[in-house]
Design a binder for this molecule. Structure first.
Ligand SMILES: Cc1cc2nc3c(=O)[nH]c(=O)nc-3n(C[C@H](O)[C@H](O)[C@H](O)COP(=O)(O)O)c2cc1C
Length: 437
């Protein structure tokens, strides 16, 4: 039997596929829809679900919020942490990862919130560490604009050091619960940290008890060289998008080499590659579904509104039937931009969007029956060397059929091949789960 690979799923607390026949009607704000998704992912033995987050209403495409609001693209978006708590309480083994931006939350709050969540979820919580990548988000927190990328990651490195020290401000055995002597916590095992950095300061100690994982699992999606260095230093799991198996392998090898340079065991970081399969009962049916999606009248604008928001570049300015006029640069999400623009390919903007849904969400094209797609995923992983896949949401809009396709069709096909976990070892923490293979 081959070694299984890791599976995770990324979604957002935003509207579902509200216009589609398998959607939930655009009203998922009581959390029930997403909780149902978490339960389905747990039945399929996923490692974790991650709730993505953004902190603004985009105004990049066409210079206004109109397209984003009309299409419900990126906004509205509700806070991931309460949803993570609700999902966590409705499941018992699935890891639950929420996004908290280093630009937005004071480090003490992130440490306290994620420690609280890890205790609530009995060791299954993860923190998706993002620096935010939009001026519009920065402006919601009193800044005029986003700091440059290098500085954002420098700040984030310091931020993570501080948060780690806060977790360590309580020794693992600080809570003694000695009824006889009347001692809850041993005062010699809890201490201030007096952290004073270039960007952040905190006195400490944290005022939460050590959680089951002591610190939550750290997830990160940096793609630029600086972003990868950050991930290699800090992450237990890295989310990546790359164009095809060769680039995937290069990405993973690079993160692993950078981790080894920092004195870490490369096997302690699990790199998961984003894929968005289109599944059908037969290959032909899957292909037909895919064609229908990319040829829908709203598809192109939908993709461009999202890419514009993530890269801070107004793609409404470019001719759809011409290649991009020059290589684009951004202080926003650089990895997303480079993946999208495929500079040098000579493709028109329309082709960039239509082929592979704009390259926005899939590292390899996966279209076919569950068996066809499972087979291909196995081949790709063998070529890349590991560590697994992050299933994403087509155009960031989830519906019940897609969840069923993945959890009831694709995952069983992977399990039959020994490529995916088919049962959980009960009671493991998220970090232990990630280290199982
Ligand atoms: C699958 C995936 C999920 C991401 N989720 C978020 C998110 O929830 N919030 C956010 O601000 N950025 C998110 N990002 C952006 C990354 O944090 C990062 O900024 C981006 O991948 C570009 O890398 P760079 O910052 O090194 O240029 C995500 C990226 C990917 C690929």
């Amino acid at each position: 039997m081959p070694t299984p690979f890791h599976l995770a799923f990324i979604l957002n607390f935003t509207t579902d596929d509200w216009q589609g026949p398998f959607g939930n009607g655009g009203n998922p704000w009581d959390g029930e829809f997403h909780i149902g998704v978490a339960r389905a992912l747990e039945r399929a033995c996923f490692d974790y679900v991650i709730i993505e987050d953004k902190l603004m209403v985009p105004e990049t495409y066409g210079g206004s919020a109109a397209a984003a609001l009309r299409q419900a693209a990126i906004a509205p978006k509700h806070d991931p942490v309460p949803l993570a708590a609700a999902m966590g309480k409705a499941t018992s083994e699935l890891g639950i990862v929420a996004t908290l931006s280093t630009l937005a939350y004071p480090p003490f709050m992130t440490a306290r919130l994620s420690s609280t969540m890890d205790s609530l979820l009995r060791g299954r919580f993860g923190w998706n560490i993002v620096t935010s990548a939009e001026d519009l988000a920065a402006q919601n927190f009193g800044m005029d604009q986003l700091p440059p990328r290098e500085q954002r990651y420098e700040m984030a490195d310091e931020y993570v050091d501080l948060v780690r020290q806060l977790f360590d401000s309580w020794d693992a055995d600080a809570v003694v619960l000695d009824r006889e002597r009347g001692v809850f916590a041993d005062p010699d095992k809890v201490r201030p940290i007096h952290f004073r950095g270039k960007y952040f300061a905190s006195r400490g100690p944290l005022n939460t008890v050590p959680s089951p994982q002591h610190r939550p699992a750290f997830v990160q999606a940096g793609a630029s060289p600086r972003g990868r260095a950050f991930a290699a230093r800090n992450a237990d799991s890295v989310i990546a998008i790359a164009n095809g198996p060769e680039e995937m392998k290069r990405f993973r090898d690079d993160v692993r080499a950078k981790a080894a340079d920092q004195g870490r065991d490369p096997d302690s970081i699990k790199v998961l590659f984003c894929v968005t399969p289109t599944l059908g009962e037969t290959d032909a049916e899957a292909r037909e579904r895919h064609e229908r999606m990319v040829n829908a009248p709203e598809f192109i604008q939908d993709v461009l509104v999202q890419v514009s928001a993530l890269t801070q570049i107004d793609f409404a300015r470019f001719d759809l039937d011409q290649p991009l006029p020059h290589r684009l640069e951004t202080n926003g999400e650089k990895g997303t931009l480079d993946q999208f623009q495929q500079w040098g390919s000579g493709k028109t903007l329309r082709q960039l969007v239509v082929e592979n849904a704009g390259g926005l969400v899939s590292s390899v094209e996966l279209i076919g029956s569950p068996d066809t797609v499972a087979e291909r995923m196995g081949e790709v992983m063998a070529e890349v060397g590991g560590d697994g896949f992050m299933l994403t949401t087509p155009l960031l809009r989830l519906n019940r059929r897609y969840i069923a396709d993945v959890t009831e069709g694709l995952v069983p096909a992977l399990q039959r091949r020994g490529l995916a976990r088919d049962r959980y070892e009960p009671g493991r923490t998220l970090r232990q789960r990630l280290l199982e293979f």
